[in-house]
Design a protein around this ligand. Structure first.
Ligand code: S3P
Length: 449
């Protein structure tokens, strides 16, 4: 929707977004809804495909990443109806029954698609699979899943000493194992647990701190035997598992809600309710971080949606103060660091983010890119080896910035632009469609009041 504040120019697939907030202020008010959770959407499509019988999914995210997952599993033989938010139907073909595809599987920009799918493919005996992705995904580390899968007996090869895609997988009978992961990564954990579904016995992943647990929840809901031990931060599946298709309700994505929560917290006069947000405790690091900064955020109407907790979240403008973000909080806010850096830029004093080196291997090097692009807007920000240091409270000035084709960077910069003086242009803003295709529309709507 056109708005005097937001204008967009496209050149082929490249979108340049211009944001010029009015000098007399802009308050974000009302109630909005956000699209479905990306992590849960991927898992619903994958488990639906390998389960026996029908899975129905309501609230699926229609972003490019879940579309990559759907395309891969269609190529592997599952029947998946046209994707829509109301109801997607997946006819599962049963564990071990995926077909050898006639072409390369393309995971696009999606690390979750590639890593989780590898765990499933590795256990499909006597079939050959080749897997690739876009240039960003082809530069992201795959050794973190290839090495443990090989310890289970998997046969996988890739570029640069079997660390980078494109990858080739020859499915084989896997043996269960206990894997002590050096990183808190839900993609690594989920990959190993999915590989364990067809191994005979208990496959366990122990994490240094707890990453998102959607796989454990959904595997249990589909009928697998799953044992979770919070004390040892471990998750176990017992194979061979039997998965049965079922209805899945996908809640709104807290990682998408995060942009609006921060926007409301930093744009004077704002009072916004984001409805139907998943508040799984392994994902609520953003709420804890904003609470540490003194943000006025409250949960309303807390409820359960098919095994995942959900609430409406109200965020109001108010003064923020800098804080320290590190340790166990980081995996619980792993995708929210760029937007938290925007909140920190508006906060009085210093914010230090540590223990976040994982951000260097996301869709972009998010520490380097967050620092360089926010600096263009006048933010006092320094890159640390494993984090960021931001001295907030200085006025932001509109400038030309670039998403580096990273969806979360594009959206974080758009929110920062709302508090800048003058016009900000965000190049390659189309990246937002990876996880939030309607982001710019919602932004324009909110800016129109
Ligand atoms: C995801 C896990 C996270 C997150 C990604 C989605 C998932 O990565 O960054 O956007 O769906 O499992 P790691 O937990 O591997 O760091």
């Amino acid at each position: 929707m056109p708005s005097p504040i937001i204008t967009s120019r496209t050149n082929g697939t490249r979108q340049q977004l211009a944001i010029a907030p009015p000098a007399d202020g802009l308050a974000l008010t009302g109630r909005i809804r956000i699209p479905g959770d990306k992590s849960i959407s991927h898992r619903a499509l994958m488990l639906g495909a390998i389960a026996q019988g029908e899975t129905t999914i309501s609230g699926l995210l229609l972003g490019e990443d879940p579309r990559s997952t759907a395309a891969c599993f269609r190529a592997l033989g599952a029947t998946i109806s046209e994707l829509n938010e109301t109801q997607v139907t997946v006819q599962g073909i049963g564990l071990g029954n995926l077909a050898e595809p006639t072409d390369v599987l393309d995971a696009g920009n999606s690390g979750t698609t590639m890593r989780l799918m590898l765990g499933i493919l590795a256990s499909h005996r006597d079939r050959l699979f080749t897997v690739t992705g876009d240039s960003s995904l082809r530069s992201r580390p795959m050794g973190r899943v290839i090495n443990p899968l090989r310890q289970m007996g998997a046969q996988i090869w890739g570029r640069q000493n079997d660390t980078l895609a494109p990858l080739a997988v020859r499915g084989s009978q896997l043996t269960p194992m206990t894997y002590r992961s050096p990183i808190a990564s839900a993609q690594v954990k989920s990959c190993i647990l999915l590989a364990g579904l067809m191994a005979e016995g208990a496959t366990t992943v122990i994490e240094p701190s707890l990453s998102r647990d959607h796989s454990e929840r959904m595997l249990a809901a589909f009928g697998a035997e799953v044992i979770v031990d919070p004390e040892t931060v471990s998750a176990t599946v017992v194979g061979p598992a039997k998965l049965t298709g079922r209805p899945v309700i996908v809640p709104g994505d807290i990682s998408s809600a995060a942009f609006w929560l921060v926007a409301a917290a930093i744009v004077p006069g704002s009072d916004l309710v984001v409805e139907n947000v998943g508040i799984n405790p392994t994902r609520t690091g953003i709420l804890d971080a904003l609470a540490l900064m003194g943000a006025d955020i409250t949960l309303e109407n807390e409820r359960d949606a098919a095994g995942e907790p959900v609430a409406d979240i109200r965020a109001r403008y108010g003064p923020l103060t800098g804080c320290e973000l590190s340790g166990d909080l980081i995996p619980r806010a792993i995708d929210e660091i760029p937007i938290l850096a925007v909140a920190a830029a508006a906060a009085t004093g210093k914010t230090t983010i540590r223990d976040a080196a994982e951000l260097r291997v996301k869709e972009s090097d998010r520490l380097a890119v967050t620092a360089s692009e926010l600096a263009r807007l006048g933010v006092a920000i320094a890159e640390l080896p494993d984090g960021l240091e931001i001295t907030g409270g200085q006025p932001l000035v509109g400038a030309a910035v670039d998403s580096h084709t990273d969806h979360r960077i594009a959206m974080a910069l758009a929110i920062a632009a709302l508090t800048a003086q003058g016009c900000t242009t965000i190049d390659r803003a189309e990246a937002a469609a990876i996880s939030y295709p309607s982001f710019i529309e919602t932004l324009s709507d909110l800016c129109q009041g």
